[in-house]
Design a protein around this ligand. Structure first.
Ligand SMILES: Cc1cc2nc3c(=O)[nH]c(=O)nc-3n(C[C@H](O)[C@H](O)[C@H](O)COP(=O)(O)OP(=O)(O)OC[C@H]3O[C@@H](n4cnc5c(N)ncnc54)[C@H](O)[C@@H]3O)c2cc1C
Length: 392
């Protein structure tokens, strides 16, 4: 029988961080990953440059049934702590926008940094190691793995959520949670592109690849970032962000001119360019193809001189409040995260230990803590990983 103080299942962001923290405390640590490759999502993150944290990270950047749950771990391991680690490893990075920090070179550097930390901390790692059985035994946990049976005092589940099944995502954490009687919220894909109803898709598909800065909102929640038209519907940061607040049937309101009082500007343009076509005038403020598509779609035609104040107001209202009813999302296939998960009431916010199962810990995305786009999800993975790593 192989004996370890700590076994961590899941070789992703939170698992690696937890493994290093526990290893540095002198614990014998075994990390098990079921795919052939450790840290795949880290490699694919941030368009290959890993948006590893956000300097503005805080509890308000997370969705959870209990918004207070994430506070303890985030305050004990804030963005500054991870930045310090990145700097210590000599990785160059930059702020792209809104506090989002990216590697200058490649996500590989963040993964290499974590692997190096694990090596220094004496962590043993096994890939292609899918655990087939877990049982509470002898005051700890007994695991059946392809490389033989393993007994540990502390078992950490760090297998993430359901997004990107092709990259190794499984519902393993949720199965283990159910096995030990822990409750779950419903889960759904989040930070995910919208698909459009067939009629809307026909109109907007030709814009595929075009983007425009907007404010996307559902009720009081709004995000001011870029919207990207795709061949299936809508994407881009504004859409990904608002998708986390969307449930089927909801409308999404999009202000296509968040920084402009379009009505006042159109009145001014009417004085200056009375003979210009409305669509050409609007093309001064957005890509021509986008302006013309919306004008055609809404039946806006004629010259500026043809438009009375009422007509200009109606045009402005349409651009400031484009209402779409997505047909759905692209689902877990392309979602960056899973919203929902293990109910946080089941878990200690200080240690990530399951209250009903001493010695069993859950960290990272499998918990009902979901970050906004922009480095917040990794910050949660680092912080929850360290919180458990300091006590297991
Ligand atoms: C395309 C993409 C880009 C992203 N970009 C960013 C970004 O730039 N910034 C950001 O903050 N967040 C980003 N995210 C989100 C971020 O990757 C996740 O929130 C984060 O990785 C979650 O960490 P985790 O440790 O909980 O899970 P993961 O990092 O997903 O790790 C889970 C690991 O467990 C393994 N596993 C699964 N099931 C089993 C099993 N049964 N047995 C053993 N191992 C198992 C998986 O293969 C995986 O290696 C991105 C996500 C995607 C999909």
């Amino acid at each position: 029988m192989q004996q370890y103080d700590v076994v961590i299942i899941g070789g992703g962001a939170s698992g690696l961080m937890c493994a290093a923290a526990a290893g540095y405390r002198g614990r014998s640590v075994l990390l098990l990953e079921h795919t052939r490759k450790i840290g795949r999502k880290i490699l694919m993150s941030g368009g290959g440059r890993c948006n590893f944290t956000n300097i503005h990270n805080g509890p308000s950047n997370f969705l959870s049934d209990n918004p207070h749950f994430c506070k303890s771990a985030l305050s004990r391991y804030p963005a500054a702590a991870f930045i310090e680690l990145v700097e210590r490893h000599g990785i160059d990075f930059h702020e792209k926008t809104l506090g989002q920090l990216f590697c200058n070179e490649s996500s590989k550097e963040i993964l290499q940094m974590l692997l190096t930390e694990c090596e220094w901390a004496g962590v043993e790692m096994r890939t292609e190691s899918a655990v087939t059985e877990i049982a509470a035994r002898d005051g700890g946990y007994h695991l059946v793995t392809p490389q033989g049976d393993v007994q540990c005092q502390s078992l950490v589940i760090a297998t993430g959520g359901l997004s990107i099944p092709n990259g190794g995502a499984t519902g393993f954490a949720f199965d283990v949670a159910r096995q030990f009687g822990l409750e779950m919220t419903d889960t759904r894909a989040a930070l995910v592109p919208f698909t459009l109803q067939p009629a809307d898709l026909e109109v907007f598909k030709p814009l595929s690849g075009a983007s425009h800065n907007v404010v996307a909102s559902i009720g009081p929640t709004q995000f001011k970032e870029a919207l990207l038209f795709t061949h299936r519907g809508l994407s881009g940061p504004a859409i990904l962000q608002i998708s986390s607040y969307w449930t089927p049937g909801d409308n999404v309101s999009i202000d296509l001119f968040p920084e402009l009082d379009l009505y006042e500007w159109l009145k001014q343009q009417r004085d200056e360019r009375p003979k210009a076509e409305v669509s050409n005038v609007i093309s001064q403020q957005m890509t021509k193809s986008i302006a013309h598509t919306f004008c055609d779609h809404w039946g806006i035609k004629g010259t500026m001189a043809d438009q009375g104040n009422k007509a200009l107001q109606a045009i402005a209202d349409q651009f400031h409040n484009w209402i779409i009813k997505p047909s759905g999302t692209e689902g877990y296939r392309t979602a960056e995260v899973t919203i929902g998960g293990i109910i946080t009431d089941e878990i200690s916010s200080k240690t990530m230990e399951a209250k009903k199962a001493p010695g069993l810990y859950f960290i990272g995305e499998c918990l009902d803590v979901t970050g906004h786009l922009g480095g917040h999800n990794f910050q949660w993975a680092w912080a929850s990983g360290v919180a458990a790593g300091q006590v297991v």
